[in-house]
Write a protein that binds this ligand. Structure first.
Ligand SMILES: [Fe+2]
Length: 424
């Protein structure tokens, strides 16, 4: 039975199904948990959570004495040990992961170095995107070899540093949306794919599927694509056809696999079955298309369009998290937040002390305490010399969470261009 209780009633052995708190207010990306120690209860109270939902089928009830149930039997342990498991496509063949494939958990190049290195690769991939989109538009065969080499280069970058390419694409504006969107969705999908421990060959398929996901837009009239306002019902029906158009173009391209065609065809399906073109639901939607759908929406919202301004990466993740289970696979959204950080690099944050700074790097094991480049002091005065502060290192003798972020705002509001600080 699911029961609402006050945190004051929390005991060791209870199984929490949900916490009545925003995901931003506490550090537990996985709210479902068996309480195993007083320390955990203290932590939940510390983050200001007032009530929780407990599952009495998986843990003890409020009226059960603490020692009634052996903890080892109180609940089936979560098989992942972290967030809900994400079903991954079966793909690993004996030759798929070369011995030299880098471990997913390590970065070999520092963030800034990789962003500098990545700039040329990104620019070159944009040039290729312009070429293949024009080839598709003119009904010419797409030069797959060229695209494939660029996806390899983007993949290598994601393995050298997990945050560099996804940060770079949001710090700088390189070209018009049509081209940047294809490449950005590719970069973001590869970043998420690395986080999901995809094998190199599956990542490659994902990358090519992502770069071609909107290929069908080349067959949609320009006035609909670039309309500076909401589409009429008829126009939207026309726009929706791009997933079918894309699949058709790819079917006629040699060496394109079924998985890649499915990325174009199904990237607008929604987890609740209310997407298009087929209204597929949950696991019916091919897994790679689910990953691309997340990257697609993230890039679209964080990009400036003719009809609206851009939404900050932090706000975008919040919106997407709010749509988990409706638009997106909930386990995948949780993975995406873990992958990009609760406060993505480039976010302007205010600390409890009143100091303001830019998130300059992420601590993968402590997402709510990133590294911040302090630009303003506690009186909101511009610092003459920015200073780096690692929020995960708490001041000596302070309570956990002393270096706490209390607000996120748009850097432009304070005349800050994050690229000026993070790319130099
Ligand atoms: Fe699309």
């Amino acid at each position: 039975m699911i029961k609402d209780i006050s945190v004051k009633q929390l005991k060791i052995g209870m199984y929490i199904e949900d916490m009545a708190a925003s995901w931003l207010n506490h550090p537990f990306l996985r709210t479902k948990r068996l309480i195993k120690s007083e320390e955990e209860i203290k932590k939940i109270k510390h983050y200001g959570i007032l009530s929780v939902k407990i599952n009495t089928g998986k843990g003890i009830d409020t009226d059960q004495p603490d020692d009634v149930q052996d903890l080892s039997q109180a609940a089936a342990p979560d098989p992942t040990g972290s967030e809900p498991e994400v079903a991954k496509p079966i793909s690993s063949g004996p030759n798929e992961t070369p011995p030299s494939a880098p471990a997913a958990s390590t970065d070999t190049v520092p963030l800034r170095d990789e962003m500098t290195r990545m700039e040329n690769v990104y620019q070159d991939t944009l040039n290729k995107a312009r070429i293949f989109l024009n080839q598709a538009k003119n009904g010419e065969p797409i030069d797959l070899e060229e695209v494939s080499a660029n996806v390899d280069a983007l993949m290598n970058s994601v393995f050298r540093n997990r945050y560099a390419s996804s940060t770079l694409i949001k710090l700088k504006t390189f070209d018009e949306y049509t081209y940047t969107h294809s490449v950005n969705v590719c970069v973001l999908s590869l970043t998420l794919g690395r986080h999901l421990d995809f094998s190199p060959s599956l990542l490659k398929t994902l990358g090519i599927g992502a770069i071609f996901h909107d290929l069908g837009k080349t067959a949609v009239p320009q006035e609909i694509l670039n309309k500076p306002g909401p589409l009429t019902e008829e126009e939207f029906e026309e726009m929706k056809k791009h997933s079918l158009f894309g699949a058709k173009i790819l079917k006629n391209t040699v060496h394109i696999s079924r998985e890649i065609i499915e990325c174009a065809l199904y990237h607008h399906e929604k987890y609740n079955g209310l997407g298009y073109p087929k209204g597929l639901k949950a696991d019916q939607i091919p897994f790679l298309a689910q990953v691309i759908s997340l990257a697609d929406v993230y890039d679209a919202l964080t990009s400036k369009r003719v009809y609206r301004g851009k939404v900050s990466p932090h706000e975008t993740l919040k919106i997407m998290y709010g749509n988990r289970g409706d638009h997106f696979n909930p386990a995948l959204v949780a993975k995406m937040v873990k992958c990009l950080g609760v406060y993505p690099i480039g976010s302007l944050v205010t600390l409890e002390t009143g100091e303001i700074g830019l998130v300059a790097d992420i601590n993968p094991d402590d997402l709510i305490h990133p590294q911040v480049l302090l630009l303003f002091d506690q009186h909101a005065r511009r610092r003459s010399r920015p200073e780096m502060l690692d929020l995960s290192i708490q001041p000596h003798g302070s309570e956990e969470g002393a270096h706490r972020i209390v607000e996120v705002e748009a850097p432009e509001k304070r005349g800050i261009n994050p690229a000026d600080y993070l790319l130099k």
